[in-house]
Write a protein that binds this ligand. Structure first.
Ligand code: ALA
Length: 488
């Protein structure tokens, strides 16, 4: 079979389902991932991946610049877009419970080339996402240490490089390495290698702590809520939706623009699907993990958005509300939050690489499972090493929007894929079926594309550049080594 004929080759769902069986928690299958995650573990992984940098930073940002007190509406709108995609992910993850997530779903529905593109694209969400969040983590740790009178040396706690996007030029900052950023990646990677059970247990704890901190924040700050705080120079009458002052600045267009800004805060629920081969009962529990975490986080975001804008006119600090004593706790909560985001992203990435290597699109070493730990140790360590190096060197601002565009692209493809599978395989067992699929799936694809269109042109160029590199690699390697291509 020539190369061209394989580009659209699809992996049969029967083959995928046979890969997903086997592997229980017994230790007699050393070459398989360990099936151990409960529904609760999966919900915790979802929340772990979702709540991080976005909750306070982007809320303040979107409220101040776009939505005003109506930032909760922006969160609801963002959640609606995610819910469409989330329902599609839930259906795919329950019908095809394989750890490759969007990559695998694309392989089953749209063919090998699209699958490769999505697999390559997901590096932007997970590996680049983990790098960004690790750099943010370092910033918070430095700041919290300073609150306690400990000054970590800047040379060893910040990026040696800076990027001036206006001049498109790199500069040296004089710092040597961002050691905390690399360190958190190394520690989390080690945990991920040791075992999925250990990882899930640790994640449960840090998720519990961050939820307690957020609940404390809501409960302690709520009594200071007053609509009088809605009054700002841009909103002199103190309206819930301030009068429009240009496209995307207040008014309804501000609410919509705000939804695009806070989208980043929702990224992470899709990562649950990469744990499909480690879930005890994936067909039932994948939808619970994906949708459950999305619902819980949406409620928290709406509450935090409402409280934050009602206690503090500029919606960025909490000192003004007389709950300044909470500030270090909030910072600690954010650090825990970011730790779990890094953990979930560093969990998702190697599992996608493993699935790609299993299919022959990446070298087979990336599919290796540790015989004792039963984790994809090779791809976990490789991912962790690369992410640690970049986290130690890069500035934070450069890549955040790439994470969003990469994720939205995957959302669009999964939404289209779920519809394709309904048409091509109407009889396939679907333990979870997304309701009103002819509305939900197109809406998932359209809202994702709509949000992508709101991102800057530079981000699109970077995405195109990234995908071009991916395509080159595919034609040099993947197309020639693909298992499907080799099978008669
Ligand atoms: N949703 C994650 C965050 O807010 C990526 O940090």
């Amino acid at each position: 079979m020539g190369i061209m004929a394989n580009l659209w080759a699809r992996k049969s769902t029967a083959a995928l389902l046979s890969e997903s069986v086997g592997a229980d928690s017994a230790d007699d299958q050393p070459h398989l991932l360990r099936r151990t995650l409960s529904a609760l573990n999966l919900v915790a992984l979802g929340i772990g991946g979702i709540i991080g940098a976005g909750i306070f930073v982007l809320t303040g940002h979107a409220a101040a610049a776009n939505a005003g007190p109506a930032v909760s509406l922006s969160f609801l709108l963002g959640a609606t877009a995610c819910a469409f995609a989330g329902l599609c992910y839930a259906e795919m993850a329950s019908a095809v419970p394989i750890s490759g997530s969007a990559y695998t779903y694309a392989y089953a529905t749209l063919g090998e080339l699209v699958a490769w593109i999505i697999g390559w694209d997901l590096i932007l969400e997970y590996a680049v996402g983990a790098t960004t969040v690790a750099i943010g983590w370092s910033g918070y740790v430095v700041s919290l240490a300073r609150d306690f009178g400990l000054n970590l040396p800047t040379q060893f706690a910040s990026s040696p490089l800076d990027y001036d996007s206006a001049r498109r030029a790199w500069t040296f900052t004089g710092a040597v390495l961002n050691i905390p950023a690399a360190l958190v990646v190394v520690v989390v990677t080690s945990l991920l290698v040791v075992g999925i059970r250990e990882t899930a247990r640790f994640n449960n704890w840090i998720v519990a702590i961050k939820l307690v901190v957020i609940a404390l924040f809501i409960v302690c700050a709520a009594p200071s809520f007053s609509t009088a705080n809605w009054v700002t120079p841009g909103n002199p009458a103190g309206a819930f939706i301030p009068p429009n002052a240009g496209f995307g600045i207040y008014g309804w267009s501000g609410v919509v623009r705000g939804a695009a800004v806070v989208f980043f805060a929702y990224i992470g629920f899709d990562a649950v699907s990469t744990a499909a081969q480690e879930a005890r009962n994936p067909m039932r529990d994948m939808p619970i993990g994906i949708l459950g975490s999305l619902i819980i986080c949406t409620s928290l975001y709406v509450l935090v958005g409402a409280v934050l804008t009602g206690i503090d006119p500029i919606a960025v600090g909490i000192d003004a509300a007389g709950v300044g004593w909470l500030a270090p706790f909030v910072k600690l909560g954010i650090i825990f939050g970011l730790t779990s985001v890094i953990l979930v992203m560093l969990l998702a990435q190697p599992r996608i690489f493993r699935a790609m290597a299993h299919d022959g699109l990446l070298p087979s070493a990336a599919a290796r499972i540790h015989p004792r730990f039963r984790t994809p140790y090779f791809s976990t360590i490789t991912t962790g090493t690369v992410v640690a190096v970049f986290a130690a060197l890069l500035p934070i601002g450069l890549v955040g929007e790439l994470v969003s565009i990469g994720t939205l692209f995957a959302f669009a493809v999964v939404s289209i894929g779920v519809l394709v599978l309904r048409i091509t395989q109407p009889g396939l067992e679907r333990p979870f079926k997304a309701p009103a699929i002819w509305v939900v799936a197109p809406a998932g694809a359209l809202t994702s594309i709509f949000l992508m269109l709101g991102l800057p042109a530079d981000t699109w160029w970077r995405l195109a550049f990234w995908l071009a590199i991916g395509l080159a690699i595919y034609f040099v390697y993947g197309a020639r080594h693909s298992r499907i291509a080799k099978s008669p």
